[in-house]
Design a protein around this ligand. Structure first.
Ligand code: GDP
Ligand code: MG
Length: 163
């Protein structure tokens, strides 16, 4: 099975950390087309027996002059359009923010397969944020630690179920 998975979430939740973990040491292809896809990174990823293309929506961190919501909206819409599935990431340590809610609504309305990951869930600091993530209406959050590689099997299970 071949599909593409876009990692969506506000800045600093850990998208690129997960991207790097999924892609491993392989060089990511850099897409330098102008516009919102300018600095989108794509790479070949593996999670157990699933092989897929993963898209890191890195452009959200760039100060392009547009508001965060404007940039995220463009990225989210592009990802929703082109990706087969979406991994929506929140920061379990920070808890759910109004931006998270706004973009979770956009993602939910798209009707594409979605996996909700509550990152930075290593240790106990992420417990409250993990439970808050249920309120996003994207199903059960999967607690992960992109940095420490925890929760990857559960992420894999959730992805398989969502597809
Ligand atoms: P992005 O802006 O969503 O791409 O987030 P990054 O991948 O750049 O990560 C933002 C910050 O969160 C960095 O300082 C990472 O080291 C940190 N981070 C990423 N994943 C984890 C995690 O699983 N646990 C913790 N505690 N920090 C993390
Ligand atoms: Mg990033």
């Amino acid at each position: 099975m071949s599909f593409s998975l876009a990692i969506i979430g506000r800045p600093n939740v850990g998208k690129s950390t997960l991207f790097n973990r999924l892609v491993g040491k392989k060089l990511a292809l850099v897409d330098d087309r102008p516009g919102v896809t300018r600095d989108r990174r794509e790479g070949a990823a593996r999670l157990a027996d699933l092989s897929f293309t993963v898209i890191d929506t890195a452009g959200l961190e760039e100060g392009s002059g547009a508001s965060l919501q404007g940039r995220m909206r463009a990225q989210t819409e592009a990802a929703i359009e082109t990706a087969d599935a979406i991994l929506f990431m929140v920061d379990a340590r920070a808890g759910v923010t109004p931006d998270d809610k706004y973009f979770a609504d956009l993602v939910r309305r798209a009707g594409k397969p979605v996996v909700l990951a509550a990152n930075k869930a290593e240790g106990r600091a992420g417990e409250a944020g993990f439970f808050e993530a249920y309120t996003l209406g994207l199903g059960e959050p999967v607690p992960i630690s992109a940095e420490h590689g925890e929760g990857m099997i559960d992420l894999f299970d959730a992805l398989r179920l969502a597809l």
